[in-house]
Structure formats: structure tokens, C-alpha cells
Design a protein around this ligand. Sequence first.
Ligand code: PNW
Length: 458
Amino acid sequence: MSPVQFPPGFLLGAATAAYQIEGAAAVDGRTPSIWDTFSKTPGKVREGHTGDVACDHYHRLDEDLALMGDLGLAAYRFSVSWSRVQPGGRGGPNAQGLDFYKRLVDGLLERGIEPWLTMYHWDLPQELEDAGGWPVRDTAQRFRDYAVLLHDALGDRVSRWSTLNEPWCSALLGYSSGDHAPGRQEPADGIAATHHLLLGHGLAVQAFQERGATTGITLNLYAVSPETSSAADADAARRIDGLANRLFLDPVLKGSYPEDVKEDLREITDFGFVQDGDLALISQPLPFLGINYYSRHVVSGAGPVEPYWRKPGAWPGSGNVRFVERGVPKTAMNWEIDAPGLVEVLTRVAREYPSVPLYITENGAAFDDKLADGAVDDADRVAYLDAHLRACVEAVEAGAPLRGYFAWSLMDNFEWAWGYTRRFGMIYVDYEDGQRRIPKRSAGWYADVIRSGGLPAE
Ligand code: PNW
């Protein structure tokens, strides 16, 4: 393949999330989140793994900052553990917890790495779950107060903020399918949680605006296509696109929930949780939309059969949808590799939801990495990242206002329900050998890409 240059100013970074890397779960005043509780509930996470220690990033900050500097990252996307900085999810700040993020941000700025802070990457303080969690409206107010607390503490040195990471996962995997924390399985709660997450986002945007600041949001979006041209398959694709993409894009960028999705969900909920003014809050202007892209869903209306990769509860009201396996190459997550789908998602968002700058805030892959002679030759990950970065350039050439890309992930980490059995990192973490960090081949490759501002010929 031919070499490719990124547009001037195209930002290249890497991403992580608090519960997946920090460890130090009960240190310096942190209280449990729903992921602490969930991972300690037998049968929920592979091998009974937890984030108690994770990559011990909390205690290895300097080493990890040095690795980010070696990579030459232009930006680093991380999340804050809510219960570390506001134990219990209410009341005043925990200075010790905040101090960790101040040291992280200052260390990034010293190295010329732009900090991109995500406020909520799935780790709700357990006390707030005990009070009802995201299906309850008050949780959105709690989130607003937490956003203000973060802005008070870090607003002088962080300018790139995102409220939520992937509310689809928090709401539908957390409250409807139960694959993720808190593991509840009530579709109506999943949809109420969706609204209250988005409301929390809107309240935070408003609070930031009152303080002369801005914050974006990150959604996980999919390319969706029907298996055949039949009407039943087209309807299946409409439903899955509705739940995965438009249920979030429409309220945030158009100020309404999609009518067809409300109709699909009619037997589950009447959307009675939406109050006057909510959608105006949720659809306030954004500085950017973050998109996490991993794969495509190919669907057929010929079900009912379980989706091959999630329990049916993740797709309420879509019991007749079958997720089709096409026999194309997959990652270790069993997710099909589909770089053209990324072009599709970006150009679709640019067309249907114009005038918001876009960033790929996550893209990457788990593969069966082998540590041999102190090195990891992850040629498959290099190929994956190369193909998806080329897709980004193609989307820009097609007119999408895409401004940057964050690889998922900086380092191997706690992959949620899969525990440490799946590795997404460009840096290998040897959990058995004192948490040793070993940059994989992809790390060196990505450093070259950043340094040269382009992709080499294959
Ligand atoms: C995203 N799904 O998670 C998250 O933002 C990351 O924390 C995570 O490590 C990464 O992608 C890889 O999984 C997802 O089942 C988890 O559709 C599950 C799904 C999607 C995204």
C-alpha cells in the first residue's frame, strides 16, 4: 500500500480508562464502584479477575508517563475514577484522589501531551447504585455535581473534556443484558438509564458553559448492514442501527429520540422519564463528538437466535434479529475486522449530523499476543491500526470533519467481563512478572507514525 500523510494538525494519541489500569482500589480514600462490586460477584468476570491491582498505574505513574513520552503521543485520553475523587458519589472532594490526577495532568503537560479527560468510564460509585443507579433521575444531578467538582479541581490545566464514555454500554450492558456492572437485567431500566446518562451529560454541558468551559461526549458507533436485500433484513438493520447509533446520536445532536426506536420499544417503555426541557439540555452545542469504533454488525431478520457476541438483552425489542457471522477475519474478541465500516460511520455522521468536529476516541484490537524472548511481535495489531488509520484519512478526504485518533489502548488492561484474558495494549503488561511493561512491535510502529505524521508503505 502507498504511504499516506495525515492532514495538518491531525491529533494522534492513545487511550485508557481508570478502572481498567489504576488498581489501588481501596487506597487514599477511594470507595467501591459498581465495577468493584460486580467483579467480586462470582461468575461475572472471567477467571474471577478484578481491578483491585490492574496495571497498578496509580503507583507507577512516572514510569507510565515516561512510556507515553517515548511513544511521542500528542494526546492521552484517560478517565477519572469518580469514587476516588468524590467517595460515595456525593459531597466534597477527596484531595488525595484529586492529587493523583493533578500529577498525571501535570506530567502530561510537561511532556507536551494534551490531556483528554473522560469524566465517566462506567465506574459509578456503589452508593449511587444502591440509591437506584442510572435508572433513577437523581443520578444525573449527582453526575452534574461531580462534573463541577472536576472542573473546580482541574479546569485550570485540562481543556479537553468528555462527559460519558459509551453510554450504550453503561445503559444496555449494565442494566438490560447484565453483561456489565451493575449486572441488572431489566430492559426498561436500560432505556431509563440511557436517558438519565444523557441528562447527566446535558447538565454537565450546561454547568461547564456557565464556567466558560466546554465538554464533549464519546459514543460507540457501529457500521450496520443487512445480510440480504430482503425487507426483513432491512428492518433488522434499521432496529440495530436505531439502538446502537441513533438512540444516542439523535438526542445529543438533533434534540429528539428517534420515533421508530420509540415505537420498537413501546411494549418495554413509554419514555415517561423524559421531562420538559431535558432534550434541550441534552442537545446543547458540543466542542466535539468522540466516536469509538471497533466493528460492524451484519444482521438478519430471520431470528430469533441469540446474537453471537452478546445476550439478547443488549438489544431490547429486537428479539427477531440474528447477528450474522460472515466468516471474515476477527479479533480475539470475536469482533469482525472491518476498516471500511469506519469510513462508513464517519461519513454517515458527517452527513446526517453535520457541523460537529469528530475524533476517534477509541479504536484498536485484542489479539493473542505472545511474549517471546522479551518481545511481542503483534503484526496483526499493526495491520489493524494501519487499516483503520487509512480509513480515517479516507473519511477526511471524503469531507468528514475528523480531527484526530486515539488508539485503544496504551497498555494491556482489565478488559471488563473478560478480565485480563484479552489484551488490547500497544504495551504488553506482564502481570506475572512485577507488572513489567514491554512495548510491543505496534508501539514502535505507532511512535514512527506519530513522528512522521503519516503511514508508511506496507
Ligand atoms: C469499549 N460491546 O468497550 C470501552 O470503551 C473500553 O473500555 C474497552 O476496553 C474497549 O471498548 C474494548 O472492549 C466496549 O460489547 C465493550 O459492544 C463492549 C462492547 C463495546 C465496547
